[in-house]
Design a binder for this molecule. Sequence first.
Ligand code: AMP
Length: 470
Amino acid sequence: MSGPREECGIVGVMGPERAAEWAYLGLYALQHRGQESSGIVSADGARSYAHRGMGLVSDVFDEEILTGLPGAAAIGHNRYSTTGSPTLANAQPILVNYRDGFLAVAHNGNLVNARTLRRRLERKGSIFQSTMDTEVVVHLIAAERDPSRDRAVLETLDQLKGAYSLLILTPDGLYAARDAHGFRPLSLGRRGDAVVVASESCALDLLGAELERELGPGEVLKIQADGSSEVLRASPAEAECLCVFEQIYFARPDSTLFGMGVDVARRRLGRELAREHPADADCVFAVPDSSTSAALGSSEGSGIPFELGLIRNHYVGRTFIQPGQEVRDFRVKVKYNPVSSVIRGKRVVVVDDSIVRGTTSKALVGLVREAGAAEVHLRVASPPLRHPCYYGIDIPNRDELIAANMSVPEIARFVGADSLGYLSFEGLYRAVGSRDQHCDACMSGNYRVPLEPGIEEKTAFETLSLSSAP
Ligand code: AMP
């Protein structure tokens, strides 16, 4: 389903002869943002072409498929959602043909008023094909009576509430937009006359495009076929709510996000963590890959040597077949293996970026002990996660979040660590900038964009299509 569990990566390309190939490479660089499905819509003047499939970018596309996506304009999307059955009907970009030609939409984020909008549209006769909140965007644009597409797009965006970075491809050009609070990132780059817009700057790097700037919160940009761009709406002075979890966990360390390099931000998190929770230890290591920068920062701050204590198997997909024999903690074991020569007899600091359910930490602490560690000190480079996210990051409900149900000493006992230290909010914002500019609802419960009633229900949006009556 859609609802609160979307995590996605998006890329838009305007100008090169074979834009779909650029989009494909961009999606490769954004694979970490979504592994469930992948898709590209390309356009050649007034004609559009689409291909979507389940799985990784490398599974979904091959040369022949890319050849079938001609044109100098393209948008691409990687999707990941954890709940509900993953279906192709929910893969993006969405593509429709309506009275004004084709309309393709790729969305990263989560709309908090999608139910209300959808109900209103269905009452007027719209027929929805998916359970994605993104589909309301398509219907809203198509339903606008204003003959100017620019105004139809702007008026549609005015009705959306919540978190979104959006790419909208039409025969008139490519629209790129960020919600008024700027929850989710979006970067703009150029290579010659070609324009690239992507969730993260690591996608621009791969394409050889130079990062020009990030779109501002609330900004709407229109990019034309000749590479020229026009700001249809500049950033208003509304409060910024940059998702702090992008810096902590989600984005790639080689990206620049919200004006700061992600590796720089994470090293600072690690330094703060070492200052707030010192440990008498022989080595520091990361739970790779997302916490590597934070563990390096922790080592730099404490002077304790950084080691490679855990090796991650990169080839484990999101679903793998659990073998018949009973292997304790197999899900974690198949992904991480301790390096016993580093660990045996040592007092170790293990740095992770976040604890969600606590199952990974518990299993890892067990593995590290089995490998002979004398002491295990777990350090977490974020404050405790106690609340679900409704703005586009997969953080489960409170009953599954260990920190919503246990105190820090209880969590330490549960995971079996000799000590446990979480970063404070003060430490977090000393590292990444002002708290006023960020959203930390998953840690604080402070939802700065109001949620519509019923959004807490996991399957709220999905059941709507079955139950909504005129
Ligand atoms: P858990 O076993 O549920 O506590 O998972 C903790 C691990 O999941 C940490 O190593 C995090 O790096 C990682 N993690 C944190 N947030 C997410 C997320 N939204 N999606 C997938 N993995 C995550």
